[in-house]
Design a binder for this molecule. Structure first.
Ligand code: ADP
Ligand code: MG
Length: 337
């Protein structure tokens, strides 16, 4: 089965054709980074307008890159939630009209489940496993029983991990997207220059939860308080020290989740899963079986959408034309049992 996958939940206009949920025939990502860079963040109105301008060309490019035509496609999958509603609506409306005109089955899929599915595009992965979803909008530690049966164990109680990277980078003008800029700068920085604090979240049902507002405030407003004498207050040192604490906040909870569940198979996804410090630190857990998507499938892409879409379509699940785009996943925790 060949599925065309459309992703437009934020500022990437991405289309891909994937066979049988595994084999990528094409994966086109038209990014809007240069347009949003002057604002040091994604401007929703500009993002949705650019999706309308880009989407047809990106679909055409996905066909030509795969050497296929619409006659070869068996179904369509599109991100319907969560995300920027204006951006989501462009992909969703296009998918509905296109499926209707071709008489093809289509399905709206969840961006978060799709990020966790991305690593499956590279290899067969057995269930169950622990999922680590870290992006600009989400930070989730979860128990994954199947592609659509996910039990959330921990989330963020305030900012998402990627969001904290972006806000620190924006404050110090380190570059856009912030996570990429901080990752790069950190390579020539000293993580010992500042001792930024992690959250004290461990009691009761916060055992796997994270919080990033504290470290964000510490880096932005209380730099001197956490500065270690003898180290330069350089952007590289700020970046490296922030990154160390930000990633260790995640890993501390993940260590607990592995310990408590006994599950040592860990699958990561989302833009922050591209982080080189996260990858090198997690690799120190030698007894774990760790799977990351390749860098190009960590940030938003259409292949993860086409890949997970295949499993719904194969099960005969199709969406109705009344399906709405939604910014959030209602009842976060409950939404995944
Ligand atoms: N190498 C990296 N290190 C840390 N964060 C990163 C890295 N690459 C991307 N990011 C962060 O990932 C987030 C984008 O994630 P992505 O899943 O593509 O988007 P979204 O959050 O819209 O779903 C941004 O916050 C970005 O800064
Ligand atoms: Mg994403």
């Amino acid at each position: 089965m060949l599925v065309l996958g459309i992703e437009s939940s934020c500022d990437e206009c991405a289309v891909s054709i994937v066979e049988d949920g595994r084999f990528i025939k094409s994966n086109v990502i038209a990014t809007q980074i240069e347009t949003h860079r002057p604002y040091n963040g994604v401007v929703p109105e500009i993002a949705s307008r650019m999706h309308t301008e880009m989407i047809i060309d990106v679909v055409r490019e996905a066909y030509s890159e795969a050497g296929l035509t619409s006659k070869d496609i068996d179904g369509i999958a599109v991100t319907s939630r969560p995300g920027l509603v204006g951006s989501l609506l462009v992909g969703l409306s296009f998918a509905k009209g296109y499926a209707y005109s071709l008489g093809l089955p289509w399905v709206g899929v969840d961006h978060i489940r799709a990020h966790l599915y991305a690593a499956h595009l590279e290899r067969e992965i057995e269930y169950p496993y622990l999922g680590l979803l870290v992006s600009g909008g989400h930070t989730i530690i979860c128990h994954v029983e199947s592609f659509d049966n996910i039990n959330v164990m921990g989330t963020t109680i305030d900012d998402a991990c990627g969001e904290a990277f972006d806000k620190v980078a924006k404050h110090y003008n380190l570059g856009f997207p912030g996570g990429v800029a901080i990752d790069k700068l950190s390579k020539s920085g000293n993580p010992k220059a500042f001792n930024f604090p992690g959250p004290s979240l461990h009691k009761g049902d916060h055992r796997y939860d994270v919080s990033y507002s504290g470290i964000k405030t510490a880096v932005i407003n209380q730099l001197d308080q956490f500065h270690n004498k003898g180290y330069e207050k350089s952007p590289e040192n700020i970046a490296a020290s922030f990154q160390k604490t930000a990633i260790n906040i995640l890993l501390k909870r993940l260590d607990r989740a592995v310990e408590d569940t006994g599950i040592k198979r860990v699958v990561a996804g989302g833009g922050v899963a591209a982080n080189s410090y996260l990858r090198s630190e997690i690799a120190k857990r030698e007894s774990w079986e760790i799977m990351f998507p390749p860098l190009r499938l960590c940030t938003d892409n259409g292949a993860m959408i086409a890949g997970i879409g295949y499993h719904y379509l194969k099960r005969g699940e199709v969406s109705g034309f009344d399906l709405k785009a939604s910014a959030r996943v209602p009842g976060f925790r409950k939404a995944y049992p």
